[in-house]
Write a protein that binds this ligand. Structure first.
Ligand code: ATP
Length: 219
């Protein structure tokens, strides 16, 4: 644990990043700017090996995220969920990160609206807010209604201004950044059908995809 120093404000954006794309990167950057975060770590999620095909391997996903954020402060990569050979839940990641941080450092879990709506299925989801605040990114394909299971939580924990989030956690705020209607699913479909994904992923990621023949129909 860090003993002293200015408290840090750290964002975590988990995802499969299969592949990482401009929706993730613009979202992370805009949230960092709007909320004033010192750092946003992209956290590639573990996925059981048998579920890899026809998508890319954990190593490829990690390498693409590394390529995407190189020299792109305040974005960085946190590979801890891939360094274990079993599923790593977000609540475990938060606990392990918290153990490394100073008491006053703040952690913000960043999720797109679609991911947020699935929160009640996450492992020990009711403990997440013990370790962090949650920032929900608007997504253009989002349904406007929150699922029933989240309504009480939203009523009790949401604040309208993300800049008012104080302390170690416990609250939820929405961040209305410029929407980008791009998804990894769409990118994989484009590649499988031989279409270009130029400008949907960073050029370095595109070069990696091409060099390794990822997401092609024959894979
Ligand atoms: P897939 O299409 O394979 O489901 P995805 O594009 O949704 O992938 P993920 O890696 O699953 O990407 O997403 C990681 C996080 O980024 C999630 O919280 C998701 O909601 C968010 N996200 C993904 N795309 C966008 C986007 N275009 N705008 C805002 N948030 C996004």
């Amino acid at each position: 644990m860090r003993a002293t120093g200015t408290p840090r404000r750290i964002g975590l954006l988990g995802g499969t990043f299969d592949p990482v794309h401009i929706g993730h990167l613009r979202g992370a950057l805009e949230v960092a700017e709007i909320v004033g975060l010192d750092e946003v770590r992209l956290v590639p999620n573990y996925r059981p090996p048998h579920r890899e095909a026809p998508n890319s391997s954990a190593q490829d996903r990690l390498t693409m995220v590394r390529l995407a954020v190189q020299d792109l402060a305040p974005l960085s990569v946190d590979a801890r969920e891939l360094e274990r050979d079993k599923p790593s839940y977000t609540v475990d990641t938060l606990e392990s990160l918290r153990a490394e941080l100073g008491h006053d450092d703040q952690v913000f879990l960043i999720v797109g609206w679609d991911a947020f709506c699935g929160l009640p299925s996450w492992h020990r989801w009711d403990e997440l807010l013990d370790h962090c605040h949650i920032l929900v990114m608007q997504r253009p394909d989002a349904d406007s209604e929150a699922p029933e299971a989240l309504r009480d939580l939203l009523a009790a924990r949401s604040v309208s201004d993300p800049l008012t989030l104080a302390g170690g956690g416990g609250q939820i705020a929405f961040v209305w950044q410029a929407p980008l209607g791009v998804s990894a699913t769409r990118i994989r479909q484009f590649l499988a059908s031989g279409r270009s994904v130029r400008f949907l992923v960073p050029d370095a990621v595109l070069a990696y995809i091409n060099a390794h023949g990822l997401y092609r129909a024959s894979n």
